[in-house]
Design a binder for this molecule. Structure first.
Ligand code: NAG
Ligand code: NAG
Ligand code: NAG
Ligand code: NAG
Length: 415
């Protein structure tokens, strides 16, 4: 895997990575791997006078070699700007959460979000799984030229540059844009470009498509997978949280529980810019937690029917932003919040780290889910003695400590 990245990188960018970036000998758990695609529809393309399959989801199924003791499998949903490789070995070469769950007897499925990695871009050109950003873009632009697609509805955007990755994920403590950044200590290496672990992490970045089309297809394709493999447990990270909630909305009978690690963003808005000093969210997610229709009770036919109210105030410590206000559904004597009828069918464990920018706003998403009838256990990792993590805690030094906690929760909450 990594060797392939190195080869691609050396072709596309004049960057020489030190060989010490190579992971140690793999420490992954023993498993049997099966790769397949789920969902998809045949579509005739007039301009090429041929029929192709689109929107299928790329899936890696990892089955523990020696003992599969858990009834329900785990499906991992990666965050925006990266791919399913996040769950395999970590950029420092140590084993990640897929191995952790395999070693506890779970079957593991890793999906690539729509438009990313092996999950085909709109007209699946048969790209190899986890290809580099440059080759995805090359295929994307050649498709734009050659066929009448609705690619304009699904533009690929940059998943994040070195600057964002450093400030927001690997070394926020060096920038101090928000108060809690100073507590970040768990990233392996110094977290900046030139460090072998950072370079190895950054090599996994890919462009992605985030809009309503991507959300619709994500929900449909993930439910196609669930109909194929049966009831499952979700573990999501960041943007992957939205995919997991949408799939729960689409086929709730097949979702046993959802571990949402620093999942998604805030209701009706985006605070990402807050990392860099902005203090108001950019409007987004008209349906509360997505830009596409979600099932509510009473039903919502137009997202403006969701009455919104601003709650709380931005808080600062020593002049640094430390907590954001929220926009929630109005809750008054005459107007009760509408229920997320389908999403409420699966219990959620929401995890937030001590030093990620998410600690400033994840409480908003949790409040929204709870007022909408979802059963959420909200655990700030610092409250259970897991200290120093940033947004990519599953790649950090103490990632097993986080996995141990949520695996324990799964055992208690999924029968
Ligand atoms: C399209 O392909 C079919 C065979 O699948 C062929 O019969 C037909 O002539 C082709 N049409 C054009 C315009 O090339
Ligand atoms: C991190 O380590 C790399 C490689 O040794 C070095 O080039 C870079 O300057 C270091 N960055 C910091 C902030 O220490
Ligand atoms: C997404 O699906 C909804 C129906 O649930 C539809 O109204 C909307 O037009 C779709 N959006 C896109 C961009 O496909
Ligand atoms: C942010 O404020 C909310 C109340 O609006 C509170 O529940 C939460 O604990 C605060 N979080 C932090 C990190 O201060």
């Amino acid at each position: 895997m990594f060797v392939r990245f190195l080869a691609l990188l050396s072709v596309f960018v004049a960057l020489s990575l030190s060989l010490s970036a190579s992971p140690k000998q793999s420490s992954e758990a023993f498993y049997q791997r099966n790769v397949f695609y789920a969902g998809g529809e045949y579509t005739f393309v007039p301009s090429s006078n041929s029929t192709i399959l689109i929107n299928q989801i790329y899936v890696e199924q990892l089955t523990p070699l020696y003992r599969k003791t858990r009834k329900y499998p785990v499906i991992f949903f990666h965050g925006g700007g990266v791919s399913g490789t996040q769950w395999l070995n970590k950029p420092d070469g140590n084993r990640g959460w897929a191995s952790y769950m395999l070693s506890k007897g779970y079957e593991v499925y890793i999906v690539d979000q729509w438009s990313v990695g092996g999950f085909s871009i709109p007209y699946n050109p048969g790209v190899l799984p986890h290809v580099s950003a440059s080759s995805v873009l090359a295929i994307y632009f050649s498709l734009r030229r050659s066929s009448k697609t609705n690619l304009d509805a699904a533009p690929l955007i940059l998943g994040g540059g070195v600057e964002l990755a450093t400030v927001a994920f690997t070394a926020p403590e060096l920038y101090d844009y928000y108060y809690q950044a100073r507590y970040h200590t768990q990233w392996p290496g110094n977290g900046t470009r030139g460090d072998p672990v950072f370079d190895s992490f950054f090599a996994t970045f890919l462009p992605l498509s985030l809009g309503p089309l991507a959300q619709n297809i994500s929900r449909k394709s993930t439910c196609a997978l669930l109909h194929q493999i049966g009831p499952s447990i979700f573990v999501s990270h960041s943007y992957g949280g939205q995919g997991a909630f949408l799939a729960t909305d689409g086929c709730p009978e097949l979702v046993k529980a959802h571990v949402a690690f620093e999942a998604d963003q805030t209701p009706f808005g985006n605070y990402d810019a807050g990392t860099f000093g902005a203090t108001t969210p950019a409007p987004s997610r008209a349906w509360g937690i997505a830009d596409v229709p979600i099932a509510y009770d009473p039903p919502v036919t137009d997202p403006n029917q969701l009455a919104r109210v601003a709650i709380g105030q931005n808080q600062f410590i020593e002049g640094k932003i430390s907590n954001f206000s929220c926009v929630l559904q109005a809750d008054t004597a005459t107007q009760k919040p509408r229920r997320l009828v389908n999403i409420a069918k699966a219990p959620v464990l929401f995890l937030t780290t001590q030093a990620s920018v998410h600690v400033l706003y994840d409480h908003c998403q949790v409040s929204y889910l709870r007022q909408s009838g979802v059963s959420v256990t909200f655990t700030l990792l610092e409250k259970i003695g897991i200290l120093g993590n940033g947004h990519f805690g599953m790649l950090e030094k103490n990632s097993d400590d986080i996995a141990r906690y949520f695996e324990g929760w799964i055992r208690k909450n999924v029968q």
